[in-house]
Ligand binder design. Structure first.
Ligand code: IPM
Ligand code: MG
Length: 399
């Protein structure tokens, strides 16, 4: 037995614990929720990303400028591009976010970000940490909020995925103990579980949702998932009017496909990796990951993005202009609601539903057989400007 390897691993683990205990102190002493209503000017930063990112970002930007034109004119809102968050720059400095870009991001209250490439072992890029994950950690964006709605099937789900812990917290800090054993670490903290569960319950309470469901694998992963679940039920006691239950991730994945049961789920709260997987599955029912937006919410900052990756293959094959911008535009809708313009956010969502799910005058296929993202966005903006937008949407939803 290689005793030295064991000692090295122990030391490594000791450092991890020190860092995480420090993080706990920061989480516990963090300032409370920012009040966007009191801020002038409210600063929105736009990050293009990699691959199809800059292309779909351009369309999302058009929509955002259009919906905020009055607020921009009267100085309530400022929108700016933030340059430099490219995989080339990240590879050059061997960091998930270049320092100057991170400093710039922190000058904005909220950001809308295009997908960024996440390198993995064997890629031409150095195997640096995912930039998404790094931004979430740096800005303490602890909640990944992902709605999936399919009105014609009665599906109206919202996922509260914990966004800073679980396998992601220490993803780059595993130990190659020796040539046989590799170990990663999974971390769930009580403050981390509390804040995501509370946000899910608050959402349910404010939006009149009757039920909140927790998803874990606490029967097997007893310590960390056990902690998450225990905290879920403890927070639930503060919301006696909300029905609660919990499911294991395996059966939950199956139940989302069960047409008899799936519409019963409403608000779901779950640790990071289960949330990552389950939300891709859920988005697929809505029309694919290209149709789903995602909000990364923290108490001081928030970042909004598509739930999918940068699709380098589409760029290589010359199909980038056929990428669906709906995911990023949905993220823009979530951004608008989050910073205090819920009517604008709602209108944008209605227009997206009409154009993408019901009327479908233009279909996006990701290839030249379908519309370009820009043509789709023109169609969307036209729909958005229709004074009868709400009536049109309601007629479709009721039909
Ligand atoms: C997501 C993505 C990211 C994640 C990747 C790109 C690191 O899949 O936002 O769901 O795993 O969180
Ligand atoms: Mg994912």
């Amino acid at each position: 037995m290689d005793k030295a390897a064991i000692e090295r691993a122990k030391e490594h683990f000791g450092k991890i614990l020190e860092n995480q205990m420090n993080r706990m102190e920061r989480v516990k002493s963090a300032p409370d929720w920012i009040d966007y209503g009191k801020i002038k000017p409210l600063k929105i930063g736009l990050l293009g990303g990699d691959g199809i990112g800059p292309i779909i970002a351009k369309d999302a930007k058009r929509v955002l400028y259009f919906l905020l034109k009055d607020e921009i004119k009267n100085g309530k809102v400022i929108i700016h591009d933030i340059e430099g968050l490219t995989i080339e720059n990240r590879a050059a400095c061997n960091k998930p976010i270049p320092d100057d870009v991170l400093a710039e991001i922190k000058k904005y209250h909220v950001t809308l970000k295009g997908p960024t490439t996440t390198p993995r072992k064997g890629d031409p890029w150095p195997n640096i940490e995912s930039c998404n994950v790094a931004v979430r950690k740096e800005l303490d964006l602890f909640a990944n909020v992902r709605p999936v709605r399919i009105p014609k099937q009665g599906i109206d789900w919202i996922f509260f995925r914990e966004n800073t812990e679980d396998l992601y917290a220490l993803g780059p800090y595993g130990i190659e103990v020796d040539e046989d054993i590799a170990i990663d670490f999974r971390l769930i903290s009580a403050p981390g579980a509390d804040r995501i569960c509370r946000l899910a319950f608050e959402h349910a309470k404010k939006n009149g949702r009757a039920r909140v469901t927790c998803v874990t694998k606490a029967n097997v992963v007893k310590t960390t998932d056990g902690r998450f679940l225990e905290n879920f039920y403890r927070i639930a006691k503060d919301y006696p009017n909300i029905q609660v239950d919990d499911w294991y991730i395996d059966i939950m994945t199956a139940k989302l496909v069960d047409e008899k049961r799936r519409r019963d789920f409403q608000v779901m709260v779950l640790p990071n990796l289960y949330g990552d997987i389950l939300t891709d599955e859920a988005a697929e029912f809505q029309g694919g990951v290209g149709t789903a937006g995602s909000a990364n919410i923290g108490k001081q900052y928030a970042m909004f993005e598509a739930i999918h990756g940068s699709a380098p293959r589409m760029v290589q094959e010359g199909r980038a202009q056929f990428a669906d911008p709906a995911s990023m535009i949905r993220a823009a809708a979530m951004l608008l609601s989050h910073i205090g313009f819920p009517e604008k956010g709602k209108s944008l969502e209605m227009a997206l539903d009409i154009c993408g799910q019901y009327e479908k005058k233009l279909a996006i296929t990701g290839r030249s057989t379908g519309a370009t993202g820009t043509a789709f966005t023109d169609y969307l903006m036209e729909t958005l400007q229709d004074p009868k937008l709400k009536g049109r949407w309601e007629a479709y939803v009721k039909a």
